[in-house]
Design a protein around this ligand. Structure first.
Ligand code: F6P
Length: 349
């Protein structure tokens, strides 16, 4: 390896900086110069007039300060052009011109697809999973997931405290795109009474019944944790008809939201004052937990060692609690398993 490149791509996730720091430490250990590529694959397309805005030499000294910082020092972006061969050819030309012989890609499945394409074009790549969503089938955890869950747990505990004080239910929406892992883990960790996820079909009426049953038992501070993607699995519900029947105008083209859902629950559950909170981007912008940072540290080192030893086209992950690696192609084919047993347990009260 004459030089190694590293980039962060897709939505940022806590632990990305820790992984870059670890890559830099390991590159320094093995005497391999390291180039940071800015804004994901965009940096390789040389879009900026100033080269330092696209590519930056990462010395150990520069990187050591950023390990525990939230966000990503290298910046991140999604890069739609990278789906097209002509743009990937530009990237390969940039890598060759810079004498970068191997690339560490930190991101989610879209970023790994880009890495797979680069591998096919002769550029050795190693992927490190970086997404709060935890939606990659081959690994038990991805960087940022643990942090996002902890942010949600902290928020839900506070929400439950005020719900308890007021004897009223709460609806809390968390991130995760098409994956319910953040919602499920946060619900389990807080003793929330109901969880709704994209993996399990549901109806508004059945959730109202569950909530009503909690209220009837005297549990007025029940919490419903919803994954942001859960509406994908919601049976058709005519919100417009429902709301107009209750004398309120609304905009039918808007999807159901946590706020709307809370107001529907209120009407279906005898006026229970359900309140909604959308936790939002604080899940992504938080300082990484020890678990995420430790995983980042191991993964960063392994990535550099693999490239140094001539092993490429792999992604790093966690299986049975241990850091491992496997071919990108195989990893991308692994279907994500959702823990329905835990889901049933949360919703079984
Ligand atoms: O993939 C990470 C994630 O935070 C998802 O949980 C969320 O749906 C999405 O990114 C939000 O993306 P954007 O930053 O483009 O709003």
């Amino acid at each position: 390896m004459r030089k190694i490149g590293v980039l962060t791509s897709g939505g940022d996730s806590p632990g990305m900086n820790a992984a870059v720091m670890s890559v830099a430490r390991s590159a320094a250990l093995y005497n391999i110069p390291l180039i940071g590529i800015k804004r994901g694959y965009n940096g390789l397309l040389r879009k900026s007039s100033n080269i330092h805005d696209d590519l930056q030499e990462l010395t150990l000294d520069l990187v050591l300060d950023i390990a525990d910082e939230p966000g990503t020092y290298l910046r991140t972006a999604r890069c739609d052009e990278f789906r097209q061969l002509e743009y990937r050819e530009i990237a390969v030309r940039t890598l060759k011109a810079m004498e970068i012989d191997g690339l560490v890609v930190i991101g989610g499945d879209g970023s790994f697809n880009g890495a797979k394409c680069l591998c096919e074009m002769g550029i050795p790549c190693i992927g490190i999973p970086g997404t709060i969503d935890n939606d990659l089938g081959y690994t038990e955890m991805s960087l940022g997931f643990d942090t996002a869950v902890n942010v949600c747990v902290d928020a839900i505990r506070k929400i439950r405290a005020t719900s308890r004080s007021h004897d009223r239910p709460a609806v809390v929406e968390v991130m995760g795109r098409h994956c319910g892992d953040i919602a499920l883990t946060a619900a389990v960790s807080t003793g929330s009474e109901i969880v709704i996820v994209p993996e399990v079909p549901w109806t508004v009426e059945s959730m109202a019944l569950k909530l009503q049953s909690q209220l009837t038992k005297g549990n007025f501070r029940a919490t419903i944790v919803m994954a942001e993607g859960c509406y994908e699995a919601m049976a058709p519900f005519n919100l417009y008809k429902f709301l107009t029947a209750h004398g309120k105008p609304c905009y039918p083209e808007e999807p159901m939201s946590a706020v709307r859902f809370a107001s529907v629950m209120k009407r279906m559950c005898g006026g229970a004052e359900a309140r909604a909170t959308v936790i939002g981007y604080v899940q992504r912008g938080a300082e990484p937990t020890a678990r995420d940072s430790a995983f980042a540290f191991e993964a960063g080192n392994l990535a550099v060692r693999l490239l140094r030893d001539g092993i490429s086209n792999q992604v790093i992950g966690m299986q049975k609690g241990r850091v491992m690696y496997m071919p990108i192609m195989e990893a991308l084919k692994c279907k994500k398993q959702f823990n329905t047993t835990l889901y049933d347990l949360v919703n079984s009260l």
